[in-house]
Design a protein around this ligand. Sequence first.
Ligand code: NAD
Length: 254
Amino acid sequence: MSRFGGRVVLVTGSSSGIGYATAEAFLEEGAKVAITGRDAARLKRAEKALKRLGKVFAIQGDVSVAADVKRIVTETTKSLGSIDVLVNNAGIYVNKPVEEFSEEEYDAVMDINLKGTFLCTKYVIPSMVRRKRGAIVNVASDSGLVGTAGSSVYCASKGGMVLFTKAVALDHAKDGIRVNAVCPGEVETPMLDRDAEASGLGYREYYKRLVAPIPMKRAAKPEEIAKAILFLASDEVPFMTGAALSVDGGATAQ
Ligand code: NAD
């Protein structure tokens, strides 16, 4: 039996980047995977590419809207069965000093990164409690562990995710549900590409400056974060809950 054979996994924000690589890795290990995203066309493309690997269920929706999350959870359960693993990955990044942040930008970052994690957890966890099993992995960030210049609101959202992880882990340890966070450093995804473009530096110069403070002098591939997510979701670590696992090339070890 493969590591996740027969398991039902819901990965939010899985039409690109870390979410896509995570959906791919779970499928390769035998799971049935529900993928979600806001953009129906991008989701369709991801579904088409992933279908060759196994059972995929694609469902469009916004994680910051309660009605969408309820529908995603209900439809996933109808189509694939009760959810064994939830990966709260959907997120956005806005980089600017606090005084330049609009209230709308603040709400968007908090609503997607933090409220989205809350809503998905709220609607998935009751069936995990009933079944006395489940694993939740929240994709936080190194910016949830230490401050990052220019990223105050993003840091607040990701720091919130880390403590949300720990508190939910405490509430549900007795129910056989493990809740952990992965804290990636820089990762080569469309999110990083957009930040590079916004910097106006050109990708080569942007990348050079980005990796200079990282001990390993490089960014991660999305697959490297996916491997850590699968590890936290797996039966290999039954005593691990409430942890925030750094996968950042040593960035926060300094
Ligand atoms: P990405 O932009 O490729 O992926 C983000 C995904 O989230 C996309 O599929 C997007 O459609 C989806 N999404 C955004 N808002 C949504 C919403 N409201 N509802 C549903 N889906 C939504 O970026 P990524 O780098 O793969 O980011 C994935 C996660 O990893 C994010 O939470 C991000 O904060 C985190 N992260 C990324 C990095 C990095 O360097 N790339 C570092 C640390 C943490």
